[in-house]
Design a protein around this ligand. Structure first.
Ligand code: SAH
Length: 345
C-alpha cells in the first residue's frame, strides 16, 4: 500500500486496479502517509491558507425528488422557506463584516429563483462588494440561464455530479433526472467561464469502489476547479432513512487521494464531514482540504434547510459560526485567508 501512495504522490495518478486497492484498504500506515503527502501538496500551493465561503441557503423548495435529500419535493414534513432579495443582501452585509470574500448562494431547484430574480441578486452583490466572488449552487438550469447569470457577474458554480455511473445515478434519482444532463450542465458552465465545482457523496447507498473510481476518472476529464465531497448521511424522511452513512475514514482517504490527483484544486472540509465527527473538518484540513463553508443563512431558517439529519451549525448566529471555525482552523495548524481564494491554475 505504501508503494501505491508513493506512486500517487510522485505521478498524480494510479491505474484503476491500484486505485481500487488504495480505496478499499483499511491499512493505517497508508492512511497516515496519504495524509502527510496531501498536506505537503496543499501547503506547496496554498501554504497554511484556508478560504472561507459564506453559505446563504436561499430556498428549501425543490422540484426534484433525489432519494437521498431531505428537501426532496415529496418530503411533506419538510418546512419550506425562501429568502427575499433583501434577506440575501442582509446576510451578505453581515458576512462581509465578518471578513467573507466569497458568497455561495445555494438552494433547491425552485422556480421562484428565476433568472430575473437571481440576476438581480448577483449584480447587486457584485456592485456592493466588487472585491468578492459570487458562487451559485442552484442545480440544473439551461445554458441560456447560466449565461445570463454569468453576465450578471456570477464567478463560480457548484454542481456535484453526484455519481459518474449511470446505473448508480438512476438508483439515487427518479427517472426524470439524468446523469447526461448533469454532466452537460457542468460542461456548459465551464464553457461559459465559470470556475466549476463537481463532487459526490461518500458512502451513498449502493455505491461501490468502482463507482468512486468512475468519479475520479470523470473529474480528471472535466478538470473542475473545486471538488465537494462529504459523507452521505441518511435523512429520516427519505427513501434512504435506514441506510448506513458514509464513514469518516473513507471520506478522509478520498480527500487525500483527491488532493494528490488534483494538486491545486479547491477542496472543502464539508459540513457533512463535521456532522459525522466533532473533529471531521479539522481532520479534513489536515488531509488536503483548503476551504470551509460557514453558514450565513438567517438562524430562523437554518433548521429548514435540512438535507440530512443532525446537520451542525443550525442554531448559531453567523458571527459565532465564523469564530468557531476560526478556532478550529487555527487548532488544526492553518490560518484564515482574507481573500477571494480563486483557483490558482
Ligand atoms: N439543488 C442544488 C444544491 C443541492 S444540495 C444542486 O442540485 O446542486 C448540495 C449537496 O448536498 C448535493 O449536491 C448533495 O451531494 C448533498 N446532499 C444532499 N443530501 C445529502 C445527504 N443525505 N447526505 C449528504 N449529503 C447530501
Amino acid at each position: 500500500m505504501v508503494e501505491l501512495v508513493e506512486k500517487l504522490y510522485n505521478t498524480g495518478n494510479l491505474t484503476d486496479e491500484e486505485l481500487k486497492q488504495l480505496i478499499k484498504t483499511d491499512d493505517n500506515t497508508s492512511a497516515e502517509l496519504l495524509r502527510k503527502y496531501a498536506d505537503e501538496v496543499r501547503r506547496k500551493y496554498y501554504g497554511e491558507k484556508v478560504f472561507l465561503r459564506g453559505l446563504i441557503e436561499i430556498s428549501s423548495y425543490c422540484k426534484n425528488d433525489c432519494y437521498y435529500c431531505g428537501i426532496r419535493r415529496s418530503n411533506k414534513s419538510a418546512e419550506r422557506y425562501r429568502l427575499t432579495h433583501d434577506d440575501v443582501m442582509k446576510c451578505a452585509e453581515i458576512g462581509y463584516e465578518l471578513g467573507f470574500r466569497t458568497f455561495v448562494i445555494q438552494g433547491g431547484e425552485d422556480a421562484f429563483l428565476n433568472d430575473d430574480f437571481m440576476c438581480g441578486i448577483v449584480s447587486e452583490l457584485k456592485a456592493n462588494y466588487p472585491d468578492c466572488a459570487v458562487t451559485l449552487s442552484l442545480g440544473e438550469r439551461s445554458y441560456e440561464s447560466y449565461k445570463r447569470l454569468r453576465e450578471a457577474g456570477a464567478d463560480r458554480y457548484l454542481l456535484r455530479h453526484e455519481t459518474a455511473d449511470d446505473d448508480l445515478y438512476s438508483r439515487l434519482h427518479p427517472q426524470e433526472m439524468s446523469l447526461a444532463n448533469r454532466k452537460q450542465c457542468l460542461y456548459n458552465l465551464k464553457e461559459l467561464g465559470y470556475q466549476v465545482g463537481a463532487g459526490f457523496m461518500v458512502g451513498a447507498p449502493f455505491q461501490t469502489t468502482e463507482n468512486i473510481i468512475s468519479d475520479i476518472r470523470f473529474m480528471q476529464e472535466l478538470q473542475p476547479q473545486m471538488i465537494g465531497i462529504g459523507p452521505f448521511i441518511p435523512h429520516k424522511d427519505t427513501v434512504f432513512r435506514d441506510e448506513k452513512g458514509g464513514t469518516l475514514e473513507l471520506t478522509l482517504r478520498l480527500l487525500g487521494i483527491l488532493r494528490l490527483v488534483f494538486p491545486k484544486v479547491l477542496l472543502p472540509a464539508t459540513t457533512a464531514l463535521g456532522t459525522i465527527s466533532p473533529i471531521g473538518r479539522e481532520l479534513g484540513l489536515k488531509t488536503g482540504c483548503n476551504v470551509v463553508m460557514p453558514n450565513l443563512s438567517p438562524v430562523e431558517v437554518r433548521i429548514k434547510y435540512s438535507l440530512y439529519d443532525n446537520k451542525i451549525c443550525t442554531g448559531e448566529e453567523s458571527a459565532e459560526c465564523r469564530n468557531c471555525l476560526q478556532r478550529r482552523i487555527e487548532s488544526a495548524g492553518y490560518e484564515i485567508a482574507d481573500e477571494r481564494g480563486d483557483y490558482i491554475g
